[in-house]
Design a protein around this ligand. Structure first.
Ligand code: FAD
Length: 672
């Protein structure tokens, strides 16, 4: 069978890229996504730093598909009587199958609804009053698709939820929704029968809707309540987390989405940095800053998906971008964190103040050291950016020699990428095989040559790749381009903002590819053979971001990102597309294949590599070492013990989570 490669890849892109929905899309009726006002002011910052600050007012009135339900409107008995099931498979070190704990919640277990000491309606009412009415009782979005027990079935809205389920904007505007399908566990989604009860399952029970003026006090009150009643605590921003870290059965959640303040600080000044900076609320997403900064002449780092939450999991977990080779990871650029710690105290963490907490928050993972209220980070000059359209090549056919030639070309491209990223550039590429996994192809979504304002210098930067493909007789597509601004460049690859085109429902694994492996002939071949197996035999897709997290690093930067980043030439996400239309058991087989075959093979093929804790398999073996690096983990664990000695915060694979396990009903219990 002969397949025209470029046609094939375009077909795949078309099917993978869902039509972008603007502000007037069906999910959000508002046309005022970016009704931000620029208010100039000169403020004395809390840290005692005199600076010029411009504040961009947040837009807090986004309509929701399912209206937030204030505490009073919900029948709380629903949460204590609903049968709960946990079908989620075993995660190493996290026992989902029961540990003999009392079903009524012992002191070693955090409570779930139905436990005898679960807070009563009066307790929740009192909390709601303390919070000024900002407590939300959970009603899953897909409750509109089920007859009971919420009794809000609505065919039209159910259809909308179903159609938008794979889109980030469907979930991030909702207080308790999250993306990870395995953790959704089919307890209440729009694809199961209308007669199936909508159960809370792994959903949190209540969420506190944090607002800018009251966030610190509300977190303090919520933490006091959770501690008093022995409740699980969760922090949710966008709900993007692939490892289900922004949800948790029975938890009280802090929902940061509405913390949307953005303030430009023209002349931030500290011992470590003098220059422009931006202070952002914990709910600010990539598209918020991209839009807010577009007229300012500045840019800051954000992820490939414009909806990722910057001060939440993204930066706290590391945060790679198409500018990593130029400026380092997002965690490398943080100047200040404002965070409410486990004992309810609002503290500022900088390289000089509460240094250990600053270190941990800058790369050590979200959801475990405290509730971040804001982050101040560096700004960079917005300039012309060099790039390329559709740098793409594919195997000429499914014949063995053509497929072999393709994989040889991939190995060579990855090797040639090392000097490319060392020069400050980045490459985002997808490797997949279609149809029937027979014909592999590589498509780049973004080629970024930051210091280049002519197509000639893009051509020069890309010449090693194009020469190599030409020498191999591999046909490719490529054309250089220059964008006037970073936003124009970004939009061409991942936009249009606000939401871009990324789908969110998937089985997820990933690996950092060490330079030493890619540049070694034998190990490089072994790596491409492993990728080939994962893609062509097991049906996964690789989404790789090639960049250097070392060359753009400022001197003296202190951050806790996995040291494996510094030796890597790329991070590759391993994706198994989640298909809600087929039997869930089939998708769980894909997760099993990832955990038992693909991820171990990839780990073995990349000695000295590691994983990116934000984009990884939740069942990863040796996650402390693979996600954090062992030495780093010890330091992070000390910080956890200092700032959260009793384990108020828990998230799967987060620092300190090895002390806890889930019992058969989903309670988080301290290991005995
Ligand atoms: C479509 C898509 C594209 C992505 N692209 C990129 C990319 O280009 N680069 C990249 O580096 N990553 C990328 N990611 C991964 C992303 O960085 C992680 O999913 C990250 O965890 C998202 O953080 P969040 O705050 O938006 O999500 P959430 O799921 O809400 O939170 C993630 C974690 O952070 C914690 N958290 C959130 N807010 C706070 C807070 N205020 N204080 C303390 N803890 C908090 C949560 O408890 C949870 O543990 C992508 C993810 C998706 C789904």
């Amino acid at each position: 069978m002969s397949v025209p490669g470029f046609l094939m890849s375009n077909l795949l892109m078309t099917s993978w890229r869902t039509a972008p929905k603007g502000c007037n899309g069906y999910i959000r009726a508002s046309s005022s996504c970016f009704t931000s006002n620029l208010l100039l002011a000169i403020l004395l910052l809390a840290g005692g730093i005199l600076a010029n600050v411009s504040t961009i007012e947040p837009d807090l009135d986004e309509p929701l598909l399912v209206e937030q339900r204030p505490f009073e409107m919900v029948n709380h008995q629903l949460y204590t009587t609903t049968a709960l099931s946990l079908l989620t498979p075993l995660a190493p070190g996290h026992n989902w199958n029961g540990t003999g704990h009392s079903l009524n919640g012992t002191s070693s277990c955090k409570l779930i609804p139905g436990d005898s000491t679960w807070p009563g309606d009066g307790d929740w009412s009192a909390l709601n009053e303390t919070l000024g009415g900002r407590l939300i009782a959970s009603v899953p979005l897909a409750a509109v698709c089920h007859n009971g027990p919420f009794n809000i079935y609505n065919e039209t809205r159910c259809g909308e939820a179903r159609e938008g389920w794979d889109r980030p904007e469907t979930h991030f505007v909702e207080p308790v929704e999250f993306n990870a399908p395995i953790f959704q566990n089919a307890t209440c989604d729009p694809f199961t029968s209308v007669d199936q009860e909508c159960e809370l399952g792994n959903y949190v029970s209540y969420a506190v809707n944090l607002t800018t003026d009251t966030a610190a006090d509300d977190v303090k009150a919520g933490l006091a309540f959770a501690t008093q009643h022995n409740l699980r605590v969760v922090i949710k921003n966008t709900g993007h987390d692939y490892l289900g870290k922004s949800t948790g059965k029975g938890a009280l959640s802090f929902w940061t989405h509405n913390l949307k303040n953005i303030s430009i600080i023209e002349d931030y000044s500290s011992d470590d940095y003098n220059g422009p900076a931006v202070k952002i609320g914990a709910g600010v997403q990539g598209f918020d800053v991209l839009d807010s900064l577009k007229e300012s002449g500045y840019l800051t780092l954000s992820g490939s998906c414009p909806t990722v939450g910057l001060a939440g999991g993204y930066t706290q977990g590391g945060g790679h971008s198409i500018l990593t080779s130029k400026y380092g990871l997002s965690a490398d650029n943080v100047l200040e964190w404002e965070v409410v710690t486990a004992n309810g105290t609002l503290v500022t963490a900088t390289p000089k103040e509460n240094q250990d907490l600053y270190f941990a928050l800058s790369g050590g993972g979200g959801g475990t050291f405290g509730v971040v209220i804001s982050m101040t980070t560096r700004l960079f000059e917005d300039r012309k950016v060099g790039g390329a359209n559709n740098f793409t090549f594919a195997a000429a056919s499914d014949k063995k020699e053509d497929v072999n030639a393709f994989w040889d070309a991939v190995g060579s491209l990855q090797n040639l990428t090392i000097p490319f990223v060392d020069a400050g550039n980045s490459l985002v590429y997808l490797i997949y095989a279609w149809p029937d996994r027979k014909v592999p192809a590589l498509t780049t979504y973004s080629v970024t040559v930051p210091d280049c304002d002519t197509t000639e210098c893009v051509d020069t930067a890309m010449k090693p790749f194009t020469d190599d493909l030409t020498a191999r007789g591999v046909k490719y597509e490529y054309s250089a381009k220059v964008s006037e601004t970073f936003l124009e460049h970004y939009n061409a690859s991942f936009g249009p903002i606000p939401y871009g085109w990324y789908p969110v429902s998937q089985v997820t694994g990933g690996r950092l590819l060490p330079r030493a492996v890619v540049s070694d002939e034998e190990m490089g071949k072994n790596l491409t053979a492993t990728m080939r197996m994962a893609i062509q035999e097991k049906g996964f897709t690789f989404g790789c971001v090639a960049s250097s997290a070392k060359v753009g690093l400022r001197e003296g930067v202190v951050s806790s990102v996995n040291p494996a980043w510094r030796n890597a030439m790329a991070f590759c996400l391993v994706v198994g597309k989640w298909d809600y239309s087929i039997d869930r058991a089939e998708m769980m087989k894909m997760q099993k294949a990832l955990t038992e075959v693909v991820q171990p093979a990839l780990d073995a093929a990349t000695p000295g590599g590691g994983c990116y804790l934000n984009e990884a398999n939740f069942e990863q073996e040796d996650w402390q070492e693979q996600f954090y690096g062992l030495e780093n983990y010890k330091k992070l664990r000390n910080v956890k013990d200092t700032w959260d000695p009793t384990g108020v915060f828990y998230a799967l694979t987060a620092v300190g989570s090895e002390d806890w396990e889930l019992d058969g009903d989903g309670r988080v219990c301290r290991k005995q």
